[in-house]
Structure formats: structure tokens, C-alpha cells
Design a binder for this molecule. Sequence first.
Ligand SMILES: Nc1ncnc2c1ncn2[C@@H]1O[C@H](COP(=O)(O)OP(=O)(O)OP(=O)(O)O)[C@@H](O)[C@H]1O
Length: 518
Amino acid sequence: MEESTIAKQNKNVPVLPWMRSPVDVSKFEECLLDILPCLDPRLKMALQNMGFKTLFPVQLAVWQETIGPGAFERDLCINSPTGSGKTLAYALPIVQMLSTRAVKHLRALVVLPTRDLALQVKQVFAAIAPAVGLSVGLAVGQSSIADEISELIKKPEHEAGICYDPQDVLQELQSSVDILVATPGRLMDHITTTKGFTLEHLCYLVVDETDRMLREAYQSWLPTVLKLTRIYDENLMPGVNNFLPFASGSLKTIRRCGVERGFKGKSYPRLVKMVLSATLTQDPSKLAQLDLHHPLFLTTGQGRYQLPEKLESYKLICASKLKPLYLVAVLQHLGGEKCIVFTSSVESTHRLCTLLNFFGDLKVKIKEYSGLQRQSVRSKTLKAFREGEIQVLVSSDAMTRGMDIEGVRNIINYDMPAYVKTYVHRAGRTARAGQTGRCITLLRVHEVKRFKKLLQKADNDSCPSYSIPSSSVESLHPFYLSALEKLKETVQSETSRKAKVGPKFSRVSKGEKKSLEE
Ligand SMILES: Nc1ncnc2c1ncn2[C@@H]1O[C@H](COP(=O)(O)OP(=O)(O)OP(=O)(O)O)[C@@H](O)[C@H]1O
């Protein structure tokens, strides 16, 4: 074997021993719900109401390790391509496990990096959990904290005229939800300030988009959650309440230290963790933050990065200054099919979207979606895009992760992604759930070689050129010149407005802008 091939192979071998013998999800087939062992008939009906007839391979593989023979004995690390159905892969077993609970407590927590993503995941839980009497809550800061608290915490009903000891009242506060989907910031708000919010009964912790979640501290949410769920019963370990500076009565956990399946010294019942991504990190120091218990790695195929099976990747080579013309020509060629155009920054997203809208009658509605905008504007745009009122979304990398929008058939990388991970997540907004889709990347000549190498990391050796007749590009020149003039004027007036009222960024916090740019 050639030395370079050996070096390449070694580079792909994970450092962590448990990652070297994974469960290969590609060996699993889709499984009809009718023959899925142990599935609660109420959940089967809920899935059928969603239009699902089978479980996808990753969902079946996880089912086996949770409800099946695996019996949730190990924490699961799941690396599976975009659009392969990871959300239901964790939602279904968790809901089935909690379906037998007698008393309502917060027992499952799912943490995701953005509000839009959390909303999406909550909808999946909300489609199945009520079928077995479970409630799902959302903590993302969409509404005021007071409204959110009243959704999450049930207050005792007091009889008129009777005075209660506030300490007793605190004891009576109860969770209104069994499952909580949260972003880290709002989760921390509830942990530190919401009376009655407790993780003491938590059985399942899901960290979705794990590599992104581990890249940023997000107010130390992960060590805080892990500490809270590790605190032993006060009687067993006196003084434990001094452990956290802000620990209030409602925060303490009554997890007991016990012997569980040979893992002496671990608290019992053990908190089961499921961590997922389409580009799961293999970095031991990053994974160590999760404090995984006897982890099991589930991955698809051999390569570290996998693209969806029915994704077609194309390149379109053009000179830098002609990129807007080529983009418009491609959009015209796609004839109004739903499309997301990715750029490298929030600023270029704004400029490009403004320019496209000056191009005259493109017969498609184009809007921007980026960290430059307020959350309310972004949510409105996303809704319109989902509903088909907008056909083209120009986006910064805020859209790359996890978002599932029906009918997106095309992705255009206006700017070449710098990393294979970014390509995987951007391209993964199409070709989801076994559908077809295409990803077209605009390249300058000097980028072609680098792009080829980038795709090879995702086991993709075939990236044909996307052909656009030069006549359709040439005919756009006059429109381009006039659009450019208008863009210049707009940029000037925006700059002078910014100078008067402060930068547009002032409406978006620094942290939010950073996280939205990935
Ligand atoms: N068993 C199923 N049958 C039919 N459709 C399904 C099934 N499971 C999931 N889907 C659909 O597949 C799509 C992708 O699912 P999901 O968003 O969970 O993918 P993902 O693997 O989390 O992707 P990403 O890595 O991009 O976050 C969704 O539209 C979902 O409704």
C-alpha cells in the first residue's frame, strides 16, 4: 500500500478506542412500523398520522440500542448524514420509555443551538408525545420568561383565605412538562432563576448538533447540567448544597449513589445521554466534556463525513466579478424551485439579497435570512419560505444546521465553504429523507483544486460542471449594471443611516451574531 494512502487511513482512524468499533447504520434497512418490535400501538398510530410507514435505518439502529436488546445501557453517540431522521431516532425511544411514568416530572431534556431548530424539534416531540399522555415544553426565549415559566411550572391551587408557608409552596411547585426542548441560554435562565425548575428527575439528556454545541460554552450550560444531575442525595453527601453558588432549594437533586450494572460509584438512576450530529466530532478532549458512560458509537459507512445518497454536487466556474450574473442565470434556469443560496457572511448575505432584488423581474421572491436580522424577522421569513411564499432564501451559515424545510430542491454555494463540515451541513438542507436534491457551488478558477480536495473528504469524487449557456449570462449584463448602481445608492444611504442611529448590529447581541455565523 502507498505511504500516502496509509497516512490518509490513519488520519481517519478515531483516537478513542470505542469509536473504532462502531455500529454501522448503513447495514440497517428501513423497517415497517407493523413489524417494529415493542412499539407502543399509540405511538404507531401517531407516526402513521405523520405519514410515516417505516423507521429509517438510523432510527431502527437507535431503537435496538434503547428499546431493543441494548436497553439504554450505554450512552449513544450518533453520526448520521443530514436528513437521515436523527430527530425521531431519539424522540421515539424517549417518548416510549416515558410513556409508563406515573407522576409528571421533567425527565427528558433536549438542547439545541438555535431557537428555530429547537422549535422544529419540539414539533416532532409534540406530534408523538401527547399520544401517550406526555407534555412537551419549549425554553427558547420566544415569549417572555414569565409566560415561559407559566408553561413549564404548575402552581398549586390554593384555597381562598388560607395562608401558606412559602417553603411548602416551593415543595408543591411541579413541572408541567415531561420533556423540555431548550436553547442553552434560556435553559440557564430557568436553572438559575425559575422556582420549581429542577433537573432532579432527569433521565435523558440529548445534545443535538453536538459538535456545534461543544464549540461554544453557551454560559457553561453543559457543566452546570452535568453537575446538577450528579449531585447525590443530601443525606448521603451532606453539604452538597454548597456545591453550586446559585443552588436554590428547587435545584437540588435526589439522585442516589448506587451500583448499576457494574459501574460502581455512579449515581442511580443513571442519566442517559444521546449526542448527535451529521459531523460528530472525534476529538477526545471535546467529547470528554460530555462525561459519557460506556459510550456506543453509531455511524454510517466508513468515511467520517457522508453526504445524502441522492445528493448531486455540481461546480460552476466563473470569474469573481461575474458571480452575481451566473447566480441569476442559475436561478432563472431553476425556474422558481425552492432554493437556498449560501454566502460566507451576514454582510454579504445582505448585499447579495439586495442586489438580486434590484435585478428586475426574476419571477421569484427572494429574502435574506441572517444574523443581521431580529429573531422575529427571521422567524417570519422562515415561515414564508416553508409555506412557499418565498422561493429563494439568501442565507448566512445560520441555516446550515439541522433546518428541515420541505421542498428545498437546490442549494447554491455562492461562496465556497471553507470546511467540509460546512459543505455537509449546507448541502444537507436538500436531498433529505431519501429525496433527490442538488448542490451547485460557484467557484473561481483558483478555488477548483481546493474544492475537489474538500469534496474528497466527504468521499465524493464526482462533481460535474453545471452548465449555463453563456448567452443567458450575457443577456443579463444591462440589468446587472443598473442593479449595481441601485445597490451602491442603498449601501450609501444605509451607511449614513447607521452613522445616525448606530449600527444595525446593535439590534442583535454579539453572542447571537457569532452563533448565527457559525
Ligand atoms: N420514519 C420516517 N418516515 C418518513 N419521513 C421521516 C421519517 N423520519 C424522519 N422523516 C423526515 O425526514 C426529514 C429529516 O429528518 P430530521 O430533520 O430528523 O433529519 P436529521 O438527520 O436530524 O438532519 P440534520 O442532520 O440536517 O439535522 C424530516 O422531514 C422528517 O419529517
